[in-house]
Design a protein around this ligand. Structure first.
Ligand code: ADP
Ligand code: MG
Length: 390
């Protein structure tokens, strides 16, 4: 993964706090990154996703202050950023990474909460920009800190929407509810089955440890080429297809009706886009059924099928992720797929825990052969969501 500063992340947050502000923080709050096990580009089609929270965490050390101002420091930047209510209340006034923090303050204030001023220090083990949602981890840790130190009456089920608004409306990133849901509601040993239409969540047992399994997260380190424009194009294409088919969203096309739906579409590209979304939704449902039955290894082929669908039908993969998937499977992984929006980012491989190192080495070897930059690799199991550390 992207090299994280070394040492325990909570200790680094405290050390940063002491150094910047003097004294001890009132508390520390930790929020995990997340990966999506399966269900890609299904969220904006009102479909299904199955993310889980990671053991990698962002920690915020914080203390309330009596004036309504916020100072935030992150170990990723030399200088703290300070802002007040006038900056917060006008989205766009605070820019750069601190916008994620100002956005949370804005979101809480916009919902009518009396947000306390605060001093905040941030440390993180979640690699930034690798598709593991360091942004939602930062928002959620800050949100938890402000809710606690301010004694706000705001139960956790309402947090994902507030954190999402911070990112959508203050930062200006048009993301769905998945990241914040996983980071806030994630439970150790479980994946979070999220229906993006109803926003209903279900905890699905996904105990890799007990099964002797692990998920290898391979950072392809591929630069995100044209990711924003391509994302918008895929989204438009799906929305257009839904209109042509006369359904509110592609979620409403069942696999059983796929052939009939495809026959109504005007061109091959649109047909392939629709086929990805419809089959991917079904793969999420099939994965949930297998996990409920305790058949984790059998999820492997669904992961690999998801990858093939993203590569051939949705056309959002790049050679680096295709090679990582191929090499992981050749080295014994039960299945593998790119995770995240596409055009780079991370690959997930389901492996026997004892085989993780060998699979990672095989992927590194395949990259070296082709002259790609060395990939990162870390094994993960589903961890818990945002929490107070002490
Ligand atoms: P991802 O969420 O996949 O890591 P994003 O582009 O959505 O990628 O979010 C990354 C951005 O979030 C960073 O560029 C930075 O602005 C902000 N961010 C995340 N973690 C931190 C952190 N620990 N300190 C400061 N900023 C952070
Ligand atoms: Mg993000």
């Amino acid at each position: 993964m992207t090299a994280a500063p070394s040492g325990d992340v909570a200790a680094r947050a405290t050390a940063g706090y002491r150094q910047r502000y003097g004294g001890e923080p009132a508390g520390r709050w930790a929020a995990p990154g997340r990966v999506n096990l399966i269900g890609e580009h299904t969220d904006y089609n009102d479909g299904f996703v199955l993310p889980f929270a990671l053991p990698l965490r962002t920690v915020v050390a914080a203390t309330p202050r009596t004036d309504a101002r916020w100072t935030v420091w992150s170990e990723l930047d030399a200088d703290p950023v300070e802002f007040g209510p006038a900056d917060v209340d006008e989205p766009g006034r605070v820019t750069g990474w601190a916008a994620y923090v100002a956005g949370v303050v804005w979101s809480l204030r916009a919902a009518g909460h009396a947000v306390p001023g605060a001093r905040l220090a941030v440390a993180s083990d979640v690699p930034v920009g690798a598709g593991l949602s360091s942004s939602a981890a930062l928002e959620s840790a800050v949100l938890a800190a402000l809710v606690d130190v301010g004694g706000l009456d705001l139960p956790a089920p309402r947090w994902p929407r507030l954190a999402q608004r911070a990112e959508n409306d203050y930062v200006g990133a048009p993301t769905g509810i998945m990241d914040q849901s996983a980071v806030i509601r994630g439970r150790s040993g479980h994946a979070l089955f999220l229906d993006c239409r109803s926003e209903k969540i279900e905890q699905i047992p996904f105990d890799l440890d007990s099964a002797g399994l692990a998920l290898l997260v391979i950072d392809s380190r591929a630069p995100h080429r044209h990711a924003d424009g391509e994302y918008a194009a895929r989204r438009r294409s799906c929305e257009r297809a839904a209109r042509t088919l006369g359904v509110p969203a592609l979620r409403d096309v069942a696999v059983a009706d796929l052939d009939a739906a495809l026959a109504e579409l005007p061109d091959d590209e649109t047909r392939r886009r629709v086929r990805h979304v419809v089959t991917e939704n079904q793969r999420v449902l099939d994965t949930v059924a297998l996990l409920r039955a305790g058949r984790i290894r059998d999820v492997g082929p669904l992961l690999t099928a998801s990858h093939a669908s993203m590569r051939d039908d949705f056309e959002i993969t790049v050679p680096e992720v295709d090679i990582a998937v191929e090499a992981a499977i050749a080295a014994g992984a039960y299945g593998a797929r790119m995770t995240g929006g596409g055009f780079g980012g991370c690959v997930l491989a389901l492996v026997e825990a004892s085989a993780a190192d060998a699979v990672a080495a095989a992927v590194a070897g395949a990259y070296a052969e082709r002259g790609f930059a060395a990939p990162g690799a870390v094994t993960v199991v589903p961890a818990g969501g945002v929490t107070r550390v002490d």
